[in-house]
Design a protein around this ligand. Structure first.
Ligand code: ADP
Ligand code: MG
Length: 241
């Protein structure tokens, strides 16, 4: 049984079908890059897996549990699957430490002292132990995104979904965030990441999934997908002919 299984997942917004039957199985410890043009459905797929969108048909399971559209299931699911976005969405009035503690104390009802200890540990993991008391506006974009990663990790997820997490960063700040992701991958975290960092995808990911018009159009090992794209659409996306 795979950690994440999507079976014939379809998603429509009104009359527009955005996901047209997605079958994707993710094994524990896999690091998958999802690539594709803007509008191909990448974010929608991640949002469906995290229960932020309700699917129109098909099924999704995480760690053997079917994703059902009710509050109890969704809450349990979000504890297992963390998500990190392009925008860091930190609370500006809370310190880095406070941001990492918040979902633990609110969602998991973790006692404050334990949440703080976990927050310190997770901030250390992303190289920011010295920034526990800093407010978001005192941090660079790269540091803020690393706090967002620490916040997701504090929930002890079994998988992390990353949606273009370096796209809002100045170029010189991208590497520090990717370095953290690279480390998580090396530690065995299951990662499903939408990314434009092809070099990173090639170096770190075990599988690349190319989405086109709401379908998985081509997928495989990075060395195959990048060196020998099969379809005209992927060739065009990669800029090779
Ligand atoms: P990607 O992340 O690959 O750029 P998205 O999943 O964001 O693609 O979007 C896929 C398509 O779904 C786009 O055409 C987009 O306009 C549409 N879409 C996404 N979210 C919504 C929504 N909440 N309501 C209506 N249309 C949406
Ligand atoms: Mg997107």
């Amino acid at each position: 049984m795979s950690l994440i299984e999507t079976t014939e997942v379809r998603k429509s917004f009104g009359a527009t079908e955005v996901l047209k039957g997605i079958n994707l199985d993710v094994e524990g410890g896999e690091v998958i890059a999802i690539i594709g043009k803007s509008g191909s459905g990448k974010s929608t797929l991640l949002r469906c897996i995290n229960g932020l969108e309700t699917i129109t048909s098909g099924s999704i399971s995480v760690a053997g549990a079917q994703l059902l559209d009710d509050d109890v299931h969704l809450k349990a699911l979000r504890l297992k699957v963390g998500m990190i976005f392009q925008q860091f969405n930190l609370f500006p009035h809370l310190t880095a430490g406070g941001n990492v503690m918040l979902s633990q104390t609110v969602v998991k009802k973790t006692p404050k002292a334990e949440a703080e200890a976990t927050a310190r540990k997770m901030l250390e993991r992303v190289g920011l132990s010295h920034k526990f008391d800093a407010y978001p506006d005192e941090l660079s974009g790269g540091q803020q995104q690393r706090v967002a990663i620490a916040r997701a990790l504090a929930m002890q997820p079994t998988a992390l979904l990353c949606d273009e997490i370096t796209s809002a960063l100045d170029p010189e700040l991208v590497a520090e965030v990717l370095a953290v992701v690279r480390e998580l991958a090396a530690e065995g975290m299951t990662l499903l990441m939408v990314t434009h960092e092809m070099r990173f995808a090639r170096d770190v990911c075990s599988r690349v999934v190319f989405m086109h018009q709401g379908r998985v159009h081509e997928a495989g090992r990075p060395e195959d997908v990048f060196a020998h794209p099969q379809t005209a659409e992927l060739k065009q996306f990669l800029g090779v002919s």
